[in-house]
Design a binder for this molecule. Structure first.
Ligand code: NAD
Length: 485
């Protein structure tokens, strides 16, 4: 599935898509029109959240009458449409959000198409005994309300839709306002595929202008039986406080440990491949490294051979001032650092240029040797900047890496051939995903075994979500009969 496009091929796809979507309003950096694409009205996009919920509810009622085989056909067709339209969505996503890399976003869409589970994920359980047979089946919730991020916008809308529809639900989205055109394109794609496969005209719905108010309507609406939130800490907290059953997929700050038994050249390449994938937008991507002192120089030299620029301490401190802003809480007077959205998901050379360092496109990551308290270790930057901390042994490495993960229980990585060290870190860090000796994306099925998702639910425990995560258990009891032994 590796996609190695040349700069010229990427430029061609981007210019084709932009020629289709740009209107004078869009090209002047104003609001994107989230209701049409190339003059065609997008299906499933409504003025109000109430209308969107009503449409998704009608779609849900329509698919209740469909067999599982028919539902699977909907999923198969969504896979086909996603593969065919991956380049358009990737280019649109980069153009609208100004984040990420087109070739990597194409790969992410193809991953979603290929490795998101369908109806096979919904398995019933039967228990038999002296008292007869009890069946436990996985039923739909009804209409699911989903909040999606700007970092993987269409990927999350499609991946969520596939799992939620496979489970028998309708879906209403409140997408990130900064990625609304891309998210609503994905809503339209799902509806077109569903309808072409014999389903209702609208099964997933969205609004043309999502706000906190539209999200609140979703939280409170009686037709919404499950909320699924993929985003940062603020929105996950809000959804979990809604009083409804909710799945929360929140922030991470994945640490990497490299010990002195690792294949250092491979570790250097794997870490940089993972860290720079879609310019570090995936929440699972490597965010900081703890390396044994006796192999640190070799690791750094391996990284430099893989498209890195090493910052001096002074350059790293100058970059901190560009990529992070100080914000004071008006209530408490406390200051904290917030990520500068203009730098999130940008190319390394664009970020470096902001402090006067001019490099070519071959530089895909900025690395810096820093101490544990440095913001390059502590903050979830979501950009191709990697803080590297030297440690003396495995005890120090695990202690610091666990602290840097901040209890998110999201993702961690390790490069080692020592099974004791690997096991110790895996147990200590308690993350939903733990990747050994591979780039981070192996953890979501890209070059690693297992299904994919773009909603990794650490806080609420569903883990690598799939269709079964969006079901409710129902029991049916037959007393005294239906055993065959
Ligand atoms: P974000 O948190 O800025 O926004 C997510 C969505 O929530 C947006 O639609 C936003 O408008 C909305 N929002 C914010 N506050 C809200 C509130 N109180 N009520 C309702 N809606 C609200 O996310 P982002 O910057 O687009 O994405 C990046 C963050 O999401 C990172 O922290 C990343 O780690 C996390 N993320 C996690 C996963 C996962 O699977 N665990 C996947 C992708 C992104």
């Amino acid at each position: 599935m590796a996609i190695n496009w040349t700069e010229a091929q990427i430029a061609e796809v981007v210019s084709k898509v932009l020629a289709q979507v740009q209107s004078p309003a869009q090209s002047s950096d104003k609001e994107w029109d989230s209701t049409q694409y190339h003059g065609r009205r997008l299906i499933g996009v409504y003025d109000t959240m109430e209308e969107a919920i009503a449409a998704a509810e009608a779609g849900y009622k329509a698919i209740r009458a469909m067999s599982v085989a028919q539902r699977e056909k909907l999923i198969t067709t969504i896979r086909e449409y996603t593969r065919a339209e991956a380049p358009a969505m990737a280019a649109l996503g980069v153009a609208e959000t100004k984040m990420g890399r087109v070739e990597h976003k194409v790969a992410k869409h193809i991953l979603v198409a290929d490795k998101t589970p369908g109806t096979e994920d919904i398995v019933a359980e039967a228990k038999t005994g002296d008292c007869g047979l009890t069946l436990t089946e996985r039923a739909p919730f009804g209409v699911v309300g989903a909040i999606t991020p700007s970092t993987n916008p269409s990927e999350t809308v499609i991946c969520n839709s596939m799992g939620m529809i496979a489970a028998g639900n309708g879906v209403v989205f409140n997408p990130h306002p900064g990625a609304i055109a891309t998210s609503n394109y994905a809503v339209d794609l799902v509806n077109r595929a569903v309808h072409a496969a014999g389903g209702p005209e609208v099964l997933v719905a969205s609004v043309k202008k999502p706000t906190l108010d539209t999200a609140n309507v979703m939280y409170k609406h009686p037709a919404i039986r499950l909320l699924v939130c993929t985003g940062g800490p603020g929105v996950v907290k809000a959804v979990l406080a809604s009083g409804k059953k909710a799945i929360g997929a929140g922030a991470g700050n994945p640490p990497v440990i490299v010990d002195d038994t690792a294949d250092i050249e491979k570790a250097a390449k794997d870490i940089i491949d993972g860290c720079t994938f879609d310019n570090n937008l995936p929440c699972i991507a490597e965010k900081e490294v703890f390396v044994f002192d006796n192999v640190a120089d070799r690791l750094i030299s391996g990284m430099l051979k893989n498209g890195c620029y090493k910052l001096t301490r002074a350059q790293a401190d100058a970059l901190v001032k560009v990529v992070l802003d100080e914000k004071t809480n008006p209530k408490t007077g406390k200051t904290s650092l917030v990520v500068n959205r203009d730098c999130v998901g940008r190319d390394a050379r664009v970020i470096l240029a902001k402090i006067g360092i001019n490099v070519g496109p071959e530089i895909r990551c900025a690395i810096a040797e820093v101490d544990f308290n440095h913001p390059f270790v502590q903050e979830e930057l979501m950009m191709p900047i990697l803080g590297i901390v030297r440690v003396k042994d495995i005890d120090e490495a695990i202690d610091l890496a666990v602290k840097a993960e901040h209890g998110n229980r999201h993702t961690a990585h390790m490069h080692s051939k020592n099974i004791d060290n690997l096991s110790r870190f895996a147990k200590a860090v308690e993350t939903t995903i733990f990747v050994k000796n591979a780039p981070s994306y192996a953890g979501i099925g890209f070059g690693g075994e297992g299904h994919t998702t773009f909603t990794i639910a650490g806080p609420t425990g569903e883990g690598i979500t799939s269709a079964r995560s969006f079901t409710r258990l129902r029991r049916c009891v037959m007393a005294d009969h239906f055993r065959i032994i």
